[in-house]
Design a protein around this ligand. Structure first.
Ligand code: FES
Length: 281
């Protein structure tokens, strides 16, 4: 017996001959039983042939797989969602009634501690609505501010997502006068982020008072239908601007679903620090 072959096996004359083949190389000796090919002198390098077959199969599988993966990725990629342009959206009060400058003056002023938020232009982009006018009887406040609307030019709206690392309200909160006995930069009402301490000047286009944020909060462009000009006193959001888009969006108009034709204020409680938000200042 030679290996596992019977003594009559025409292919292997001895185990020693078998072991002479280089490891991994497969030879088929042509001219086997019943073959019309010559019995010798026609060796075929089966290794090369098998490698070529393997490459051909790999190419087919690769092409099919690539197409499959490409097709899958094409369908796996989420569609870009957002708004084509800034919509004109009417603001509603928390009770769903149309918000007017008269209502704002009656219900909100610079001392209002609660947060009043509305989403614009996308449903995942909250904004503060603030009336910086002094409370009835006077006191701290600001009028005729940049972008302010209403009879006092004191109604403004800013993004409620911090421009540092994106902490949203209520981590980012408005602090009215008296919240902290120690003011910063001469300001006694501001927006402050409890995440890392950024502070924004609400009376000056939400400019940075303290970092680590380096950009102001984007400001919503408001439209007031002035009754003195035949308007109905209603308030509308018609745009948003700033040197940077809303944090977390490479474009303020992209990355969420557009709000409807109206949007209502939502009330939230701010995160009230246990002590002064600027200890030691
Ligand atoms: S996320 Fe607001 S200060 Fe860092």
């Amino acid at each position: 017996m030679n290996g596992d072959c019977p003594a009559s096996c025409p292919y292997v004359s001895s185990r020693v001959d078998l072991l002479d083949f280089p490891l991994g190389q497969i030879h088929r000796i042509s001219g086997g039983v019943g073959s019309s090919e010559p019995s010798s002198g026609g060796d075929v390098d089966e290794t090369k042939r098998n490698i070529l077959k393997l490459l051909a199969v790999a190419g087919v599988v690769g092409a099919a797989g690539g197409g499959l993966v490409g097709g899958t990725l094409q369908f796996a990629q989420p569609p870009v969602i957002g708004a084509k342009s800034y919509p004109k959206v009417q603001l509603l009060d928390v009770d769903g009634s149309p918000l007017t400058a008269k209502k704002v003056a009656a219900e909100y002023n610079v001392t209002t501690a609660e947060l009043y938020l509305f989403n614009y232009p996308l449903t995942n982009e909250p904004n503060f609505l603030l009336n910086l006018a002094p409370a009835t009887g006077g006191g701290p406040g600001a009028t005729r501010v940049n972008g302010g609307v209403g009879p006092d030019g004191a109604i403004v709206a800013y993004s409620a997502i911090c421009q540092h690392l994106g902490c949203p309200a209520p981590a980012l909160s408005y602090y009215p006068p008296g919240t902290c006995p120690q003011t910063f930069g001469g300001k006694n009402f501001y927006i402050h982020c409890t995440c890392h301490g950024s502070t924004y000047d609400v009376a000056n286009s939400a400019a940075n008072l303290t970092g680590p944020a380096v950009y102001p909060l984007p400001q919503v462009t408001l439209q007031w239908n002035d009754p003195a000009k035949g308007g109905d006193d209603t308030l509308w959001a018609i745009g948003e601007k700033g040197p940077q888009p809303v944090n977390g969006h490479f474009d303020t108009l992209v990355g969420g679903y557009q709000v409807g034709n109206t949007v209502a204020l939502q009330k939230q409680s701010p995160i009230t620090p246990p002590a002064c938000v600027f200890p030691g200042v």
